[in-house]
Design a protein around this ligand. Structure first.
Ligand code: ATP
Ligand code: MG
Length: 339
């Protein structure tokens, strides 16, 4: 228990509004967010401005997924009484801070960011990288610092971005001559990067290899059936490989009975256990996990007015906080102020 008078540490994290949330989000970040909302002051950012950096040609996608993601949040157990949910594009202080921080980062440093490098490759941008995309780590620094967050629950792919945020923080603090901004710490869970159903190293909304939290029972079954296993495990009697076998990776991440999983792994390695048996187990585990989430989501979707009111209220509250941080940073840097 936190002492009631002690300020609770602030969490800021969020999701690009590029598609509904998936199992990777669940293990990578949502579980931590639900667990921490009681003991922390938590803000969740619907990152629609960041989503636009690689979706400028498809604003409808970016818009429509704002509410889809709020439904996912509420369905997994985010409580709007404990967590503030807000929209990035409606917090002008975030853009102001981004513009300011851009002067404290070099293009070379942005190009060296390993996550950005991977994402540029995955999106096949070549040399045609949208400037907004290259600079989104700076916007992320603005997001985290504007909320004065010290903890950021994220998947492993975000670690280099938090590192870059902290570099900006140190530069601004050095220029200001005192610590106006806080450094933040990434909180990465044991399964920091869930692979895609196709065996690619990361399940991503943009890669078409995800199982959404809203998947129907048939969609779950289909995805598990098509899931990448050991390509050399042709007959059930053959010894199989567990490492890199997505079905086992998912069992590690989602099956609560790890002793059963360990036994299945032994039998699979020795030979004599067919893919279909392991897949059936995974199908049961995922159906049980997702059924209540899907039901809650469906019920909430019937009340769009309620969902919108949560986002409106959260965004208004966040606007005050982020505006006040912007003012502090401008003052600390000794910039011109009219009031
Ligand atoms: P996009 O493909 O549009 O980038 P995404 O699936 O990568 O979408 P984001 O909105 O970029 O999702 O990420 C939101 C949060 O979820 C981040 O903290 C990220 O680290 C985490 N996350 C996303 N995918 C995974 C995954 N496969 N495993 C673990 N964490 C993940
Ligand atoms: Mg991503």
């Amino acid at each position: 228990m936190q002492h009631p008078e002690q300020p609770r540490p602030v969490i800021l994290t969020g999701d690009r509004t590029t598609g509904p949330l998936h199992l990777g989000h669940y293990v990578g970040s949502l579980k931590n967010r639900v667990a921490l909302q009681d003991s922390h002051r938590q803000y969740l950012l619907l990152a629609d401005a960041q989503a636009l950096t690689d979706n400028a040609h498809n604003p409808t996608r970016v818009r429509d997924n704002v509410i889809e993601i709020v439904l996912d949040y509420l369905a997994v157990g985010i409580d709007p009484m404990l967590t503030t949910i807000c929209v990035q594009s409606h917090l002008p202080a975030l853009s102001d801070l981004t513009l300011l921080y851009m002067n404290f980062v070099t293009v070379a440093r942005l190009e060296r960011n390993p996550t950005i490098k991977d994402e540029i490759q995955a999106r096949e941008f070549g040399r045609d990288i949208p400037a907004g995309f290259l600079c989104y780590p700076v916007a992320q620094a603005a997001d985290i610092t504007a909320f004065k967050a010290s903890i950021v629950p994220v998947g492993e792919d975000q670690a280099p971005l938090i590192e870059q945020t902290n570099e900006v923080v140190r530069r601004i603090n050095r220029q200001a001559g005192h610590d106006v901004l806080l450094e933040a710490q990434a909180l990465i869970p044991p399964v920091g990067r869930l692979p895609g159903v196709d065996g690619k190293e990361k399940m991503s909304k943009s890669q078409g290899n995800a199982i959404p939290l809203s998947a129907t029972p048939d969609e779950i079954r289909d995805a598990v059936r098509r899931m990448f296993t050991d390509p050399n495990h042709l007959r059930a009697s053959d010894p199989g490989c567990v490492e890199g076998n997505v079905v086992f990776t998912y069992l590690d991440a989602f099956d609560n009975e790890q002793a059963v999983v360990a036994d299945l792994k032994d039998r699979y390695r020795r030979g004599g256990l067919g893919d279909s048996v392991v897949k059936e187990r995974l199908d049961n585990v995922l159906q049980a996990l997702l059924a209540p989430i899907r039901e809650r989501r469906r019920a909430l979707a019937r009340d769009p007015g309620y969902v919108i009111s949560i986002v409106k209220e959260g965004t208004l509250r966040s606007r005050e906080l982020t505006n006040s941080t912007l003012k502090e940073v401008r003052t600390a840097l000794g910039l011109f102020m009219l009031e």
